[in-house]
Write a protein that binds this ligand. Structure first.
Ligand SMILES: [Cu+2]
Length: 251
């Protein structure tokens, strides 16, 4: 888990990713995995992403060769309910990521990864998410569920800005979150989305848990050139999810 070629995916907790950003290459390498080709700011508009190996309709991209078996652990297995605090800190960064072998995407990310870190809280808990926008474009954070209109993430936050979203978690369920800056289709398709899990009082019954979020990555702005579970095409074909036989699984 600690070696440089099998980096961890982010774990969402207080202070996590502090200091990761445009000046923090080491930090980015630590969160984004070795499939980060480079980092920095990239121009908007379609056509900046590349797919060098098009497997054709119905085809599959192989997993990038330099991604370790545990690279997606932080997304595949959500944080255990009750184990994370109410405060999150994400840097919003624009960076190139390899979403499949030969498929390079100029992504816009929460905390350097697509999907972004999983947020988890108990219903009624006050959750604060501090975002720092280390980007060339305005972005924001739109949480589903119920909360005050001022925390709804419709107001774009300018590059270099910072904002703390504070909500009371609810209702119980699994909710997407995403950037709501216009044009919405571009801000979402470039990778600004993730999952928030809201648990009932007292938590959920004990179970193994797996989170799967399906992404479509495009190079022409309309068609999905690469489809990937948890952001890396072909990953689970190479690295199947390990579960304990005889124990329940919540997906
Ligand atoms: Cu955005």
């Amino acid at each position: 888990m600690e070696s440089s070629d099998t980096p961890e995916r982010p774990v969402t907790r207080r202070g996590f990713l502090r200091g990761v950003g445009l000046g923090g290459l080491a930090g980015v390498a630590g969160i984004g995995g070795s499939h980060a080709l480079s980092q920095g700011n990239y121009p908007g508009g379609v056509g900046t992403s590349e797919v060098h190996e098009d497997p054709g309709y119905g085809g599959m991209h192989d997993v990038p060769s330099d991604i370790g078996a545990d690279a997606l652990d932080g997304i595949t297995h959500p944080p255990v309910g009750g184990s994370v605090g109410p405060d999150y800190e994400f840097d919003v960064v624009e960076r190139r990521i390899e979403v499949g072998a030969g498929a390079i995407v100029d992504a816009w990310t929460y905390a350097g990864t697509v999907p972004g870190p999983t947020i988890r809280a108990t219903v009624g808990e006050i959750v604060r998410i501090r975002l720092r926008y280390l980007t060339d474009h305005p972005h924001n954070l739109h949480l589903h569920g119920s909360h005050a209109p001022t925390m709804d993430g419709w107001e774009p936050i300018p590059p270099g800005g910072e904002f703390v979203y504070e909500i009371e978690a609810g209702p119980v369920g699994v909710h997407p979150y995403h950037c709501h800056t216009m044009p919405l289709a571009e801000h979402v398709r470039r990778g600004l989305y993730g999952t928030m899990i809201v648990d009932p009082p007292g938590g959920r019954p004990h179970s193994q848990e797996v989170l799967l979020l399906l992404s479509g990555f495009t190079v022409d702005g309309y068609h999905n050139a690469v489809v990937a579970w948890n952001g890396v095409a072909g990953f689970y074909a190479r690295h199947p999810i390990k579960l304990t036989v005889g124990e329940p699984v919540r997906v």
